[in-house]
Design a protein around this ligand. Structure first.
Ligand code: NIG
Ligand code: FE
Length: 426
């Protein structure tokens, strides 16, 4: 017969999505890896085949494979929000009001507000209420097609509360159809009770607390806030060295308000990512490139804090540093639960191209979490996490402000109940 019937693993398909325009977001070639009138087949929760719709139709009818008709929707890899502080107590609305009266983020932090005020609210919150508030935020991210969320601790700053935050983060991944990566943000702020003994705090966070949380299996990676209002380069290095001894990879909050050399330090420890980077030298960018450390940009924090020095995107591009974009969802500097809005701001405020921004929420975000073998692109063998959008072209995901064109989400090969109904009714 004239039709080519794919034979590679075709008997192994559980289900096939046909008639989508697929942006695989794979490296190389066309920026989105776009395929018009394409199809994606799934087996055992993984991507078994990606190709032309006509080929998939022939195979599906020959083998009785269940078919989902995508009717021209765009399919992208499930989005990855690779930097959030999703689990916390309270909010910082009063601080928002203060900032609008002219008090700076830095002044608020130095006066014992800022992160410390969220630490107080978080320590007072039980696991149930933390889970409830974080669930609402996670669902808002997921509604846009997010299938993986990184969640940092860092609002406990003592062992029990840090453990509670990481446990709640893990629980989110059990209760919701989303993959969670947990990060122990051991050095976030110096808590009040250690005001006169910084060294002791850093020693505990880098020693017994880290060891205990890692032994409990709660830590996928670590993070530290290297900044003049937070921790010095030497303190950050002490923490990263301790994590390295345990075989844990790192993220570093670096260059958000000043350049303390955090990017170079992140590179020295082969960190997965260096995040923020508004203040970054050419040497810092070169070090990140050489180490393969991803630059995670946080336009939500830049926007909220009304910063005026954007990260040096041209420098990062020129140096060949992979760039990711995240919400940095947190109650202080980025109360943002829209990754699509972060992508828009990455383009509008930082000058990313839409293709760069979308790579930053897919392929490069996966790299920033060390999960690129499983997620971030639509390629055979990866987890079948994808989202369907009612758009004319991928750049539209970055173009809109406040719209959500996501009409279906599939996670590990299974259509998510909250999003699938729209697709079937289309
Ligand atoms: O990524 N910079 C440090 N951490 C967060 C802010 C946390 C907060 O203000 O509560 C950030 O911007
Ligand atoms: Fe952050």
């Amino acid at each position: 017969m004239g039709l080519h019937v794919p034979t590679l693993d075709d008997r192994e398909w559980d289900r096939v999505w046909i008639g989508a325009n697929i942006a695989t977001m794979a490296a190389g070639g066309e920026p989105y890896g776009g395929m018009v009138d394409a199809a994606l087949a799934v087996k055992g929760g993984k991507i078994a085949w990606v190709g032309a719709a006509a080929d998939a139709r022939a195979t599906a009818s020959a083998r009785n494979v269940p078919v989902e008709n995508c009717r021209g929707l765009w399919m992208l890899p499930g989005l990855i929000d690779c930097h959030t502080h999703l689990v916390y107590g309270g909010n910082r609305v009063e601080e928002f009001e203060k900032r609008l009266c002219g008090v700076s983020y830095e002044e608020i932090a130095r006066a014992g507000g800022g992160i410390q005020s969220t630490v107080n609210a978080t320590r007072a919150a039980d696991a149930e209420s933390l889970l409830a508030s974080a669930t609402g935020r996670a669902k808002r991210l997921m509604a846009e097609g997010v299938t993986t969320i990184e969640v940092k601790s860092g609002y406990g700053l003592e062992l029990d509360t840090e453990r509670r935050l990481l446990e709640v983060a893990r629980e989110l991944g059990l209760r919701l159809p989303v993959s969670i990566r947990t990060t122990y943000l051991g050095l976030h702020a110096l808590p009040q009770e250690f005001r006169t003994d910084r060294a002791e705090f850093v020693a505990r966070a880098s020693g017994p607390w880290l060891e205990s949380l890692a032994a409990a299996g709660l830590v996928d990676a670590v993070d530290a806030f290297c900044e003049n209002i937070a921790f010095t380069l030497a303190e950050t290095e002490q923490f990263l060295r301790a994590a390295q001894k345990l075989g844990l990879r790192a993220h570093v909050h670096a260059g958000q308000l000043t350049d303390m050399g955090g990017a170079e330090l992140a590179a020295k420890y082969h960190a997965l990512s260096a995040d923020h980077l508004e203040y970054l030298s050419a040497g810092g960018a070169a070090a990140l490139a050489a180490a393969g450390t991803v630059a995670v940009l946080s336009p939500g924090a830049y926007f909220t804090l009304r910063q005026t020095t954007p990260p040096p995107v041209a420098l990062l591009r020129q140096a060949g540093v992979a760039m990711a974009v995240a919400t940095d969802c947190n109650p202080g500097s980025s109360p943002c639960t829209s990754l699509l809005l972060a992508l828009n701001m990455g383009c509008t405020l930082f000058g990313l191209t839409p293709a760069e921004a979308l790579s930053g929420a897919t392929r490069h975000a996966a790299q920033a979490l060390g999960i690129e073998a499983d997620a971030g692109t639509l390629e055979v063998g990866k987890r079948a996490d994808f989202a369907l959008y009612d758009i004319d072209r991928p750049a539209e995901l970055c173009y809109n402000l406040g719209a959500n064109p996501c009409v279906g989400v599939v996670r590990s090969g299974i259509a998510r109940a909250d999003a699938g109904a729209v697709l079937h009714g289309r």
